[in-house]
Design a protein around this ligand. Structure first.
Ligand code: FNR
Length: 344
């Protein structure tokens, strides 16, 4: 029998694909690099490896949290894990909360570690999961890090979602109890500096601002409602670029990760230059897998890797810290946003 939660996992996949748009609206068109005509560098000089909180990544982007918790998404997780293995990408799974409630769903996550024994894997849970279950989520896949997602709008738009949002004490307890890196992550609504300050105050060391402009869970959950009456919330949140600026002042003390509407290698490089230590892509990889298959997705990822090297070469950037020194040109809209937010 298919339970309600498993059905929801399948629906999230089909709606993310239905609404998928190659042209994200995450704000990357509002920043430009300056072309460097004599960059004095070879492609082979470029090293795009990155690290944060003891996690060393050969590639600065990774497969962001999506699936697991049903027999269909088990198959998707297995394929994503094979893609991660072939391309050397780290991979997060979708929320394991379903498997913590019903152990018969654990196999759809365990398969990720079984398929990719040596890969970097991130667990994922909701913010109300207690520290004991957080530890179980890590053990389920012998994961290298734990993502804890914050998703207030999604829960509120879901008729069956949470209605209580006292999360900070629990997140603090998770951070204190878990001896692996803990990443607090949005799901596509972005983060403001006030949110980031509250998280750093309780000891959070890694934050994924996952901004709006890509996969839109306000739209997905509204579509699942009987009358779809909450469409006025479709644009809720801060874009990925706005969120990266919101986070910038924190980026010396906290590891900032980016996701949300990352659709090209240029988006990845811009995110890295705005201080992200690593960049997550969710829907583009799922879309490619479902529409074009596993081999084509591996090829797409290899093209992304090459694209990042091409851009870094044009900029004369040998590594990620060189990218952070690039001067950027900002649109007048973005400048107005930053002025109103007191971000300089
Ligand atoms: C997600 N996302 C997500 N995030 C999370 O922390 N836990 C989860 O279980 C899920 N589930 C999920 C399912 C599907 C089908 C998609 C497409 C996405 C959100 C995801 O990790 C990411 O934050 C957003 O999708 C924004 O990135 P993209 O899709 O625009 O690259």
């Amino acid at each position: 029998m298919i339970n309600k939660q498993s059905h929801r996992k399948d629906e999230h996949v089909s709606l993310a694909i239905k609404f998928y748009n190659d042209n994200s609206n995450a704000g990357f068109d509002q920043i430009r690099f300056i072309h460097q005509g004599v960059p004095e560098i070879s492609v082979s000089d470029v090293d795009y490896s990155t690290s944060f909180d003891g996690i060393n990544m050969n590639v600065p982007f990774y497969i962001e949290a999506m699936t697991g918790g049903s027999s269909y998404t088990k198959k998707l997780n297995e394929k994503l894990a094979r893609i991660a293995k072939k391309t050397g990408l780290a991979m997060a799974t979708g929320s394991q909360s379903v498997a913590l409630k019903d152990s018969s769903e654990s196999s759809s996550f365990e398969i990720v570690r079984n398929t990719n024994p040596d890969g970097i894997i991130f667990s994922n849970i909701g913010s109300s999961v207690d520290p004991t279950n957080a530890q179980k989520a890590i053990e389920m896949m012998n994961s290298d890090a734990l993502e804890v997602h914050i998703n207030t709008p999604q829960e509120l738009i879901m008729p069956e979602g949470d209605r209580d949002f006292y999360w900070l004490d629990n997140i603090k307890n998770i951070v204190n109890a878990i001896d692996k890196p803990v990443i607090v992550k949005e799901v596509g609504f972005g983060m403001a500096k006030e949110t980031i300050a509250k998280l750093t105050d309780i000891g959070v060391k890694n934050i994924n601002i996952s901004g709006n402009g890509g996969t839109n869970f306000a739209r997905i959950e509204n579509y699942r409602r009987k009358h779809q009456e909450l469409s006025y919330l479709d644009n809720w949140g801060q874009s990925t670029v706005e969120s990266l600026f919101e986070a910038y002042a924190f980026s010396d003390d906290v590891n900032i990760l980016a996701s949300g509407g990352i659709r090209t290698p240029l988006d990845i490089v811009k995110s890295l230059s705005l201080g992200a230590k690593a960049v997550g892509m969710a829907a583009p990889i799922l879309y490619s897998l479902i529409k074009n298959g596993e081999d084509a997705t591996v090829e797409m990822i290899e093209e992304y890797k090459n694209g990042i090297k091409v851009i870094m070469t044009m900029l004369g950037a040998r590594n990620i810290s060189d990218l952070k020194k690039q001067k950027l040109i900002l649109s007048s809209d973005l400048l107005a946003y930053l002025k109103q937010r007191g971000i300089t």
